[in-house]
Write a protein that binds this ligand. Structure first.
Ligand SMILES: Cc1ncc(COP(=O)(O)O)c(C=O)c1O
Length: 454
């Protein structure tokens, strides 16, 4: 059957087909990605996309919004159930992305110039929590050594959070690469932030929300937990929740939560009203109702027993992957993981993060290179590789397949070792010619066929 798109725009139709084939025939191990159900995709592609609905439920700036109101009410109700919200808490589902959600919280709770204390970006924090650096090497050398595990940034402000606010960042412990709560407390007492943030993209361990809230309380700061990565694990009951402890919880909806693309903000009622006003008129125009429809369907799926199993299996698969990688003599940051991804420390391996990610991509395994705590290398060529299991688990893969993946990863490293002195471009030319890399890609494709994405 010919689809309307195929008839009217064969070029885009072909690109969609090609991308779907790529996703089907390779292993996506990027921990922030997932594969949505056909129902979520139907909702995202629906007529809700046509409607303007600036404002909140029952008080919009446009007519014809009764049905959007019903949809948003349903999404909020489902979010309240998924995250066991207390009665005194409210929900916003309108932020267009995780970064916008975080910005809306800052706009609601802070004044320009206020200090934010968040996790050091290279240790696994997130850009939307602020980042600046010192381009002048001489000035960098003169940085005041405070004796604390803290980073106060430099003159080059690279994003809106650092342009508007004053980010101070806590580093992980040099011995464990994990949070050092005593140290975070000392930093908080010294810099007196108005907001403390936890959460990030590459911290593989559980965060103790009670300890952070206690620190925030001591200095009268708000505590925001950004659980963009862990949202699905929390909704599935497989991971500790900050709800009821933190003052605000933000999350993306399209990672482990496997819903439409967007964000959810949970906060105490008085704060959510401020956050609603920060979203509109503060930051955004019309909400993306089609994505809210997708989020709503995804939250409906997350309420089913199958999702609980999914979340639990993600953790089991990651733990199996961690064990299998260690058995293949890879070193892991923090020696393992409590959640949906592992970070391999490649600093003692012949090939580092960026080239190794490219080698694996040619072998059919899509990953991303990453910084890691106390990495001596720059972010564009860091020492670590981040590998997640959410998509593999959506495919129905279990522990046995994780062991196979770890074996391919070691094989790829062995194949590439002779090219370790080559430039990135020359190394890639060798990879493209390599029969051994092609063989892994073929085996990956065969495995993917056994576990298709529906
Ligand atoms: C911890 C964290 N916060 C915020 C975001 C930003 O989400 P988005 O890409 O939707 O802006 C991400 C995305 O990776 C994230 O990992």
């Amino acid at each position: 059957m010919t689809t309307p798109l195929q008839k009217t725009d064969a070029k885009v139709f072909r690109l969609i087909q090609k991308e779907e084939k790529r996703q089907q025939e390779t292993l996506s191990m990027i921990p922030s990605e997932n594969w949505f159900s056909p129902s979520v995709r139907e909702a995202v592609g629906s007529v809700f996309s046509h409607k303007y609905a600036e404002g909140n439920i029952g008080s919009r700036y446009y007519e014809g919004t009764d049905i959007v109101d019903e949809l948003e009410t349903l999404a909020i109700d489902r979010a309240k159930k998924a995250f066991n919200l207390l009665r005194s808490w409210g929900v916003n589902v309108q932020a267009l992305s995780g970064s916008s959600a975080n910005l809306a919280v800052y706009l609601a709770l802070l004044q320009p110039g206020d200090t934010i204390l968040a996790m050091y970006l290279p240790d696994g924090g997130h850009l939307s929590h602020g980042w600046s650096f010192e381009p002048d090497a001489k000035k960098r050398e003169k940085e005041v050594k405070s004796g604390l595990l803290v980073y106060t940034g430099g003159s080059k402000k690279v994003n809106i959070t650092s342009l508007l606010y004053n980010p101070v960042q806590y580093k992980t412990d040099p011995d464990t690469s994990q949070f050092n709560y005593k140290e975070i407390e000392k930093i908080a007492l010294k810099y007196k932030p108005k907001l403390i943030i936890t959460g990030g993209t590459a911290y593989p361990r559980i965060i103790n929300h009670r300890k952070i809230k206690a620190i925030a309380k001591k200095i009268g700061a708000f505590y925001m937990a950004d659980v963009a990565h862990e949202a699905g694990l929390i909704a599935g009951g497989a991971f500790p929740s900050p709800v009821g402890i933190a003052d605000v919880v933000t999350m993306t909806t399209h990672k482990t939560l496997r819903s439409g693309r967007g964000a959810i903000i949970l906060a105490k009622q008085d704060l959510i009203e401020k956050i609603n006003r920060a979203i509109l008129p503060g930051l955004q125009g019309g909400p993306h109702n089609h994505n809210i429809a997708g989020i709503c369907v995804g939250l409906g799926e997350a309420a089913k027993p199958a999702f609980k199993k999914y979340a639990a299996q993600i953790i089991k698969n990651t733990s199996a992957l961690a064990d299998a990688l260690k058995a293949q003599e890879f070193k892991l940051v923090t020696d393992g993981s409590d959640k949906h991804f592992v970070l391999i420390d490649l600093s003692q391996e012949p090939i580092l993060g960026r080239p190794f990610a490219r080698i694996l991509a040619h072998a059919g395994i899509t990953t991303n290179y990453s910084t890691m705590p106390w990495d001596a290398r720059p972010p564009r060529n860091p020492s670590a590789l981040r590998l997640g299991t959410p998509v593999l688990t959506t495919r129905g893969m279990k522990e046995k397949e994780m062991a196979q993946v770890a074996q391919w990863i070691r094989e790829a490293m062995n194949i590439a070792e002779p090219w370790k002195e080559l430039s990135f471009e020359k190394l890639e030319q060798e990879v493209i010619k390599s029969k051994d890399v092609k063989q892994i890609a073929k085996e990956v494709k065969d495995l993917c066929k056994k576990f298709p994405l529906h």
